[in-house]
Design a protein around this ligand. Structure first.
Ligand code: HEM
Ligand SMILES: *[C@@H]1O[C@H](CO)[C@@H](O)[C@H](O)[C@H]1NC(C)=O
Ligand SMILES: CC(=O)N[C@H]1CO[C@H](CO)[C@@H](O)[C@@H]1O
Length: 527
């Protein structure tokens, strides 16, 4: 995502002068005494600090997981231009930050999401507006409501089977990129559940997806330039971002197109619902606009525009993360054939409800633990505050520290992937795929309250907990079951070296040997 400002800087040739200006600006910033006292790795350069190591590793975590081994769950790294940053994987610190109103999305994240979705989308709005919008949407994603979406998800899952059956030569173990099939399934499920879009022009949604894929391709890769650009972008006022997006550059054109298409889809759907004589459908938009729903909307002071403004966010947040996670899951199954067999046996045993399948649920937890698609999130403090720690650390001065005071404007890194691999919590085998850790009570039990699900932070937690976490869990139960019941998956010849790499830093994505997003597996029908 964050490549966009870098793209802009390079494309307009303003990179160098801007960098120089911002350098002067940053040099003037007062150092934060307390964070300085926290030990951390040395930085290879002043300009980039540790950011290139953190954000441009060959494989996610190359440096980060080593830093955690040598410095523990709280350490300091250097950002660009001498900035100090906290890296936090301490459960107490993470829990307190994600639950606190004193921490917000950083400007870079905020403006990025605003570009991709809409100024009025749930992920962009803050404070009271966020609370009200969330309160109106939460009931549509409660445990009971999500269960009603099961048939829709099942249809989407069965469509993958049908597609595969059409593609496969007779039981040949053919190499197939599973990613596009998974992405189609998650898009179908989310658009039907949210828009109920039986009648919306499927072509519009296809255009939306194609433009969104193009936008992602134009802005995905983090580079040295985009890292500098983000360091600068963090200091620019929001109106500069808003103005920048008006520039006639391809990336911005495509992003504008994505937003326009989403609004067109949203507006059409809302219009259709209003014209429909009968209130039908339990899709999210219908429910929000229905008489009972619209009472709620009035109470929440939501307008039709507010509903329309969620279209893009839902179509993106509801599709990609789930498709990535599913792809990581299939790849692990391809790597762990014995487990795959056991899982298949469980899925095929008669009459078990998804919630009663121990291996399936252990598997899903293990995949979310090892592959949180947002492995590293940033937050900024909006006022001076204190971060409490679950475990004391030792400052460079030798003093023991159980809480860290930080100033307004400080950026902290929520090291979600690191937290989920902390050996002190998850055991010495924390870096291994081992679903059985969830079976014998060996997995970290936490205070029982870290994140919404299994003490994991893959769905974050607090007021900005993933709205769709129950939806996503059920969807994964259904899709994994369907696929494992009907097909077996193995890694292509050459195994990991030819097949799979995890790549990315703000979003974990499965990549093929050629570096493109994908999950190539040999697929065989199970008779
Ligand atoms: C495995 C799948 C998924 C993962 C790992 C995931 C993860 C996350 C994370 C980490 C956030 C917090 C982002 C932040 O504030 O920094 C988030 C927010 C969100 N997610 Fe998900 N998500 C998944 C699936 C879904 C699905 C299926 C939906 C839609 C039904 C969805 C809708 C949302 C929305 C609307 C937000 C914004 C919440 C807010 O700001 O209040 N997600 N998700
Ligand atoms: C983006 O959407 C437009 C329709 O608004 C479509 O004509 C165009 O082909 C799409 N772009 C891509 C890259 O698919
Ligand atoms: C086409 C096909 O064989 N589909 C099967 C996939 O697995 C599910 C679950 O076992 C079956 O119900 C389908 O018939």
């Amino acid at each position: 995502m964050p490549g966009i400002l870098g793209y802009w800087l390079v494309a307009t040739g303003v990179g160098a002068p801007t960098v120089a200006l911002i350098l002067l600006f940053c040099l003037g910033r007062a150092a934060n005494w307390s964070i300085r006292k926290i030990p951390g790795p040395s930085a290879p350069s002043w300009t980039f600090g540790n950011m290139k190591q953190l954000l441009l590793p060959k494989q996610y975590g190359d440096h980060e997981f080593n830093w955690q081994r040598s410095h523990g769950a709280v350490y300091r790294i250097k950002g660009c231009f001498g900035e100090d940053r906290l890296m936090l994987s301490d459960s107490g610190a993470l829990q307190s930050i994600i639950g606190s109103t004193k921490f917000e999305h950083t400007p870079v994240f905020h403006n990025m999401v605003k570009l991709l979705s809409d100024g009025g989308s749930l992920s962009v709005v803050k404070g009271e507006r966020h609370r009200r919008l969330r309160a109106a949407l939460n009931p549509r994603f409660s445990a009971a409501t999500v269960r009603q979406y099961e048939p829709t998800m099942q249809n989407a899952a069965q469509a993958i089977t049908e597609n595969l059956n059409a593609m496969l030569d007779i039981d040949s173990g053919q190499e197939i990129d599973m990613y596009p099939l998974l992405a189609t399934a998650t898009l179908t499920a989310i658009s039907q559940v949210v828009l109920g879009c039986a009648t919306v022009d499927a072509e519009l949604i296809k255009d939306f997806v194609r433009n969104n894929t193009r936008a992602a391709a134009l802005t995905a890769g983090l580079t040295s330039t985009s890292i500098l650009a983000d360091a600068i972008g963090a200091r620019l006022p929001e109106w500069v971002w808003d103005l920048a997006t008006l520039l006639p550059l391809e990336a911005f054109n495509v992003l504008r197109k994505v937003r326009q298409l989403a609004r067109r889809i949203g507006r059409r759907v809302v219009q259709e619902k209003k014209n429909a004589a009968q209130e039908g459908g339990n899709d999210v938009f219908t429910q929000l606009l229905s008489s009972e729903g619209s009472d709620k909307m009035k109470r929440a002071s939501l307008t039709e525009e507010d509903v329309i403004a969620q279209t893009s966010l839902f179509l993106i947040a509801g599709q990609e993360p789930a498709a990535h996670t599913l792809a990581f899951g299939l790849l692990e199954l391809g790597r762990n054939l014995q487990f795959q067999d056991l899982l298949r046996r469980e899925v095929l045993s008669f009459g078990l409800a998804y919630t009663d399948m121990p291996l399936l649920n252990a598997f899903i937890k293990e995949i979310l633990r090892l592959y949180p698609i947002s492995p590293l999130m940033e937050r900024i403090t909006v006022e001076d505050t204190i971060i409490p720690l679950a475990e004391c650390i030792t400052a460079v001065t030798g003093e023991r520290v159980s809480q860290i005071p930080i100033r307004r404007g400080q950026i902290v890194n929520l090291a979600i992937a690191s937290y989920q691999r902390l050996e002190s919590l998850w055991g010495p085998d924390a870096h291994e795929f081992k679903p059985s850790r969830w079976l014998g009570g060996a997995a970290y039990q936490g205070g029982g309250t870290v994140g919404p699900y299994a003490n994991l932070l893959a769905f974050l937690g607090g007021p900005r907990t993933c709205l769709g976490w129950r939806f996503a869990t059920l969807e994964m139960q259904i899709i994994f079951s369907e696929l494992v019941a009907n097909f077996s998956f193995t890694l292509p010849v050459g195994g990991d070296s030819a097949g799979v790499r995890v790549q990315g830093s703000t979003i974990l994505r499965p990549v093929t040997s050629t570096g493109e997003k994908g999950a190539v597996l040999c697929v065989t029908r199970v008779s």
